[in-house]
Design a protein around this ligand. Structure first.
Ligand code: BES
Ligand code: MN
Ligand code: ZN
Length: 499
């Protein structure tokens, strides 16, 4: 979908105008009301629309206007608009526009009073929300049931002056970059696992080279040489070759230590020999969301030429139960030298990350590491689909991530790590096991295993099992892959590491 900012309102398609709560007309709404001989006043008098945030009233064939449709868009209480509000309002507008079978819409903006926001900023954030909500995945439909959505091609924002339109365009640029990163993530996550598996995923990532990202792919031979027995143990039940993908973005001088982001990329998780039950198994195509989020982040950073050095590491494997699959009770040796007794082959994410995290700190000597993983069902029991779990060995890092999450409304909730939880993963015959002694505190014991592979580097683990995928539409995404984490980590970087 195309978005632009102009000073001239379009008389074609849908015209959108803001109304404050309690039916108070914005300046542009007043203008339209006059032009249409009181249409807005009459419409507001006769309906339940009051101008609350996200409310929309649709008036077809509006009197006195050439546009096909006039939409009144609720802005909430006058003077209270925040950037997040604008995004939500914009997203909601797009989801409504996508039902109208109209190809273009124009949002009329004149003095909308925000809180600390200028008019061009309001326009940019509205547009950002519009764009984020416009993503849908219909690649595999041959009968385009989604046709209506695809009719919408363009949303323009009409501002009072050319200077304002220019400013809005500038404010919008980084938001557009982050949306493209989010779409990149969502598209990967949406792909079926017969199409997207380690090799095809890695191959696709090579296209980031065009944006200046360095892409390196390690295959099974190299990982053998490095001694990544835990990651390889997971992969050995699959005919698909595992890959470790390394993405590097250099936006600063080479001497600055990079920030590292590590993603779990299990392209399908059957559970292995500890096979899952059929009910939830199709969901396990999104068990590579951590890796896809890292890819979306790197794309964002490259698009907006972020002044930071970042490495993305993606452990890509498929967890299958064939004749060569690992057995519950196998002992594997990790790259770090530590051994793990694999009591449950379905606790595979931590095995992949154990080697990926160790490799990351060993090779890149990063300033900090953040991993993302759809790691445990237990986090979904704890937090549902609202917050992701945050685990960290470093209070400053945890606080920065927490704040960034609040800023973009991708929320995190911190859980404890403690030596007594750590004891729970001790094994009878190896250095540790991969399950803990019971189901108690399952997300924490999983994190304790990861913590043994970070070698004192400031580290945080985000368990995104509950937020990676949504079974219902939301303000900023359609049901399916949410893209959670790209905006959060982009904000984390821009706020704390790009100064
Ligand atoms: N990929 C799953 C976790 C998951 C669950 C992701 C629901 C998304 C939605 C993970 O590999 C897994 O199977 N974890 C097990 C661990 C257990 C065997 C210790 C779990 O959570 O049940
Ligand atoms: Mn599993
Ligand atoms: Zn998994």
């Amino acid at each position: 979908m195309n978005i632009h900012f102009t000073e001239k309102a379009s008389s074609k398609g849908v015209l959108v105008v803001g109304i404050y709560e309690d039916k108070i007309l914005t300046e542009s709404a007043q203008g339209l009301d006059q032009k249409s001989e009181g249409l807005l006043t009459r419409a507001l008098k006769n309906g339940s629309f009051s101008g609350k945030k996200k409310e929309i009233l649709s008036l077809v064939a509006p009197h006195g206007l050439e546009n096909s449709t006039l939409l009144l868009m609720g802005l909430g209480k006058k003077g209270t608009l925040t950037a997040q509000d604008c995004e939500v309002i914009g997203g909601n507008l797009t989801s409504h526009l996508m039902t109208l079978s109209q190809s273009e819409a124009c949002v009329l903006l004149s003095e909308i009073e925000g809180r600390a926001l200028s008019l061009p900023e309001i326009a940019a954030h509205l547009a950002g929300g519009c764009l984020l909500r416009s993503f849908y995945f219909d690649k595999y439909r041959t009968q385009k049931q989604d046709e209506k959505k695809s009719i919408l091609k363009e949303i323009s924002f009409a501002l009072p002056s050319q200077a304002d339109a220019h400013k809005a365009t500038e404010f919008f640029k980084p938001l557009e970059s982050v949306s493209e990163g989010v779409f990149y993530t969502r598209a990967f996550v949406s792909e079926p696992p017969n199409v997207l598996y380690p090799e095809t995923f890695a191959e696709e990532l090579k296209s980031l080279t065009k944006l200046g990202v360095k892409v390196e792919i390690l295959g099974i031979e190299e990982m053998h040489k490095l001694g990544m027995g835990a990651l390889l143990g997971v992969a050995q039940g699959s005919v698909k070759e595992p890959k470790l993908v390394l993405l590097e973005w250099h936006g600063k001088d080479q001497t600055t230590k990079p920030l590292a982001f590590v993603g779990k990329g299990v392209t399908f998780d059957t559970g292995g020999i500890s096979l899952k039950t059929p009910d939830g198994m199709p969901d396990m195509k999104y068990d590579m969301t951590g890796a896809a989020t890292v890819a979306g982040l790197l794309k964002t950073l490259a698009l907006r030429k972020a002044r930071v050095n970042v490495v993305g590491v993606m452990g890509l494997v498929e967890n299958m139960p064939d004749g060569n699959a690992q057995r519950p009770s196998d002992v594997v040796k990790t790259m770090s030298g530590q051994t793990i007794e694999v009591l449950n082959t379905d606790a595979e994410g931590r095995l992949v990350l154990a080697d990926a995290l160790w490799y990351t700190q060993d090779r890149f000597k990063p300033e900090l590491m953040v991993d993302l993983a759809t790691l445990t069902g237990a986090i979904v029991i704890s937090l549902g689909n609202e917050y992701a779990g945050l685990f960290s060995n470093n209070d400053k890092l945890a606080e920065e991530l927490y704040q960034a999450g609040l800023d973009v409304n991708e929320k995190l909730w911190r859980f404890p790590l403690h030596e007594n939880y750590d004891k729970d993963i001790n094994s009878a015959i190896a250095d540790m096991n991969n399950t803990g002694s019971s189901r108690k505190a399952g997300s924490i014991t999983a994190s304790q295993l990861l913590a043994r592979f970070v070698n004192n580097v400031p580290w945080a683990h985000l368990d995104i099992a509950g937020v990676a995928w949504s079974t219902k539409d939301d303000d900023l995404y359609e049901k399916g892959a949410t893209g959670y984490g790209v905006r959060l980590l982009n904000k984390f970087i821009s706020t704390y590491y790009e100064k």
